[in-house]
Design a protein around this ligand. Structure first.
Ligand SMILES: Cc1ncc(COP(=O)(O)O)c(C=O)c1O
Length: 433
């Protein structure tokens, strides 16, 4: 969870020092491929930069203080004042009649589905790359008993409205078909690298849904990112959606039946005000912090794009806090990149372990967030630069002289520079596996 109120620079030194120590504690997993750097050397030199997700951020001192001091009560009786305050603020923030604190984004989405699709034989339409479709264990079907009809998600996080029209089934279908009970959108879109849905598109989906008497649920885990990108308040974006889940983490905006659904999922957490207290701190300055994340992400992506590398590239058109790296060479895949970024070799100029997520279609997702200092980003970039500037071994021709007795002669001469030698070495390394 991110505390958006602390400026980057004031936490930089303390945080990076702490992470350096923590990274040593992680050596078993992170450094298994590096036998030649001792633990003692690592403790002094290695920085750890985590670009896997913005969900890795930790509560900050302000949040911990608020948590320790939170006034709590039994939330099932609506007697937790901190939860009540947070729910009121979020309802206002999203322009909805009520909000409900839930244990996770998955629980928020599932509770919304259960509340909307209250009767049997219903179907939900959603993108086939949406979080709800991909990563929530199919709970919509296995727990809520709702059928899913998926539409191919396009690269920008939308789906084709003509296909949507075809997929919608009548509220009172013939006896053979389920009826469409809900349409789900996701904004910003996780699998699509943080793409923000155009407002006009959301309006069109909602109009289509309204004409067919179908509610729209927005998975708005990162709705504040969408709002910051569009320069439009979150409540305006979700104005026509019947429900929204958002992550601070985690809340769902909604009312009535959803309390029952949360309860059956085991999410009525009693004295959960300690968590709501941290969320209240985050909410205070979320927009400002996310604006900074977006600026830094754009800059980070532009730097990578400017490398014009044959091994690593990206689309510099960034909407929010995610970058999808691409790997054009068949000899250097996303898995190679992730492995190399997590490795520290003694000869590496930048002694840094960078964690990133291998993504579908041979890509890697990098997510920027408030726990990253400028120093962290500079180190990660230096490491990417060093890898990106390496020549593709298969694009290098190395000539050497065949000699007798099964030998090859290599002669170093004045026309060869450091780079040539490095390329030749890389090629030899590749051949030797
Ligand atoms: C778009 C989106 N929706 C829902 C979730 C689920 O949140 P949780 O991991 O809290 O269940 C996530 C998680 O990152 C997400 O990215």
């Amino acid at each position: 969870m991110a505390d958006f109120s602390t400026p980057y620079h004031s936490r930089d030194k303390k945080e990076s020092g702490r992470r350096k120590k923590e990274s040593v504690g992680n050596t078993g997993r992170l450094f298994r491929s590096v036998q030649f750097v001792s633990a003692c050397q690592l403790s002094n030199m290695v920085r750890e930069v985590d670009l896997r997700s913005d969900t890795v951020t930790k509560p900050t001192p302000a949040m911990r203080k608020a948590m320790a001091e939170a006034v709590v009560g039994d939330d099932v009786y609506k007697e937790d004042p901190t939860i009540n305050e947070l729910e009121e603020k979020i309802a206002e923030f999203l322009g909805k009649e009520a909000a409900l604190f839930v244990a996770s984004g998955t629980m928020g989405n599932l509770s919304a589905v259960m509340a909307h699709c209250w009767t049997r034989g219903q179907e939900i339409i959603m993108g086939d790359q949406s979080h709800m479709f991909m990563y929530e264990q199919g709970g919509i079907s296995s727990l809520a008993g709702v059928h899913v009809s998926s539409i191919p998600t396009l690269e920008d996080g939308t789906f084709d409205l003509e296909v949507l029209k075809e997929k919608i089934r009548p509220r009172n279908p013939n006896m053979h078909e389920p009826s469409t009970g809900l349409i789900c959108l996701e904004n910003s879109h996780n699998r699509c690298g943080g793409k923000v849905l155009p407002l006009s598109y959301i309006r069109e989906v909602c109009a289509l849904a309204r004409n067919n008497d179908i509610p729209v649920h927005m998975d708005g885990a990162r709705i504040i990112n969408a709002s910051v990108h569009c320069g439009v308040p979150a409540h305006e974006i979700v104005k026509e959606c019947a429900s929204v889940s958002m992550c601070l983490s985690k809340l769902i905006c909604f009312s009535c039946r959803v309390h029952r659904c949360r309860k059956v999922l085991g999410g009525a957490m009693r004295q959960a005000g300690v968590l709501a207290a941290a969320a209240l701190v985050a909410l205070e300055s979320a927009e400002e912090r996310i604006r900074i994340d977006h600026q830094r992400t754009k800059k980070f992506a532009q730097e990578i794009y400017n490398l014009k590398s044959k091994l690593i590239t990206c689309d510099p058109a960034i909407d929010s806090n995610m970058i999808l790296l691409q790997f054009p060479s068949p000899n250097f895949t996303n898995e190679d990149f992730v492995r190399r970024m997590a490795e520290v070799k003694i000869e590496d100029k930048e002694q840094v372990v960078v964690k990133a997520c291998p993504w579908y279609r041979n890509r890697v997702r990098c997510v920027l967030h408030s726990d990253l200092t400028q120093e962290d980003l500079d180190s990660a970039l230096m490491k990417i630069r060093a890898i990106a500037n390496k020549q593709d071994p298969d694009a290098v021709v190395v000539k050497a002289g065949l000699r007798d007795k099964n030998r090859v002669r290599c002669v170093i001469h004045s026309d060869l520079n450091e780079e040539h030698l490095e390329w030749a070495l890389q090629k030899i390394r590749k051949i030797l596996g």
